[in-house]
Design a protein around this ligand. Sequence first.
Ligand SMILES: Nc1ncnc2c1ncn2[C@@H]1O[C@H](COP(=O)(O)OP(=O)(O)O)[C@@H](O)[C@H]1O
Ligand SMILES: O=C(O)C1=C[C@@H](OP(=O)(O)O)[C@@H](O)[C@H](O)C1
Length: 169
Amino acid sequence: MMKNIVLIGFMGSGKTTIGKSLEEKTDMVFVDTDELIEAYEGCKISEIFADKGEAYFRRLENETLKNLLASTDNKVISTGGGIIINQANIPLLKQLGKVFYLRIKPETVLERLEGDKTRPLLIGEDKLVKVEQLMTDRKELYEMAADKTIDTDGLSVSEIVGKILEDFT
Ligand SMILES: Nc1ncnc2c1ncn2[C@@H]1O[C@H](COP(=O)(O)OP(=O)(O)O)[C@@H](O)[C@H]1O
Ligand SMILES: O=C(O)C1=C[C@@H](OP(=O)(O)O)[C@@H](O)[C@H](O)C1
């Protein structure tokens, strides 16, 4: 297994925020699978979904994990919230390093992502229903992929970072 910190969890669970804070507090380098995909495609995630479709995006996520496996370690890897949908990605995530699942309640997702336009799966009406449905579909997959689950509702960024570092040996 490579020595990276891998962050998984629903949209808005804090993967990017926590990942960047871990980069500041350690000698590790932050990378984000969504950012790698945007750089590779030269456009935003919302444009990839609109122009090429979700299935195309999911293939890029799988390729991105394979590329990271061929890269150096000592990274904090933040992933897209749907990375676990393709179950072939689960062993890849585990090979990359210790997988931390940032668990979050649907209500907290809504509070945090109100007005957000960057997440194509949460556009339109009935957001709570959408979030609850996606979470129900994904719950088991996040748990399968996780080495460690952190319940993040009500915790500050530094408290979550502290828990991860305590556990990352
Ligand atoms: N522990 C936290 N407490 C309060 N707000 C948070 C926390 N973690 C993240 N946020 C906020 O929630 C929003 C979504 O966080 P983000 O890191 O983009 O999530 P993700 O990368 O998992 O989609 C951001 O506005 C961020 O500032
Ligand atoms: O949950 C999902 O399926 C997605 C989550 C997003 O990443 P974040 O979790 O960083 O928002 C991004 O990969 C894309 O919009 C799809």
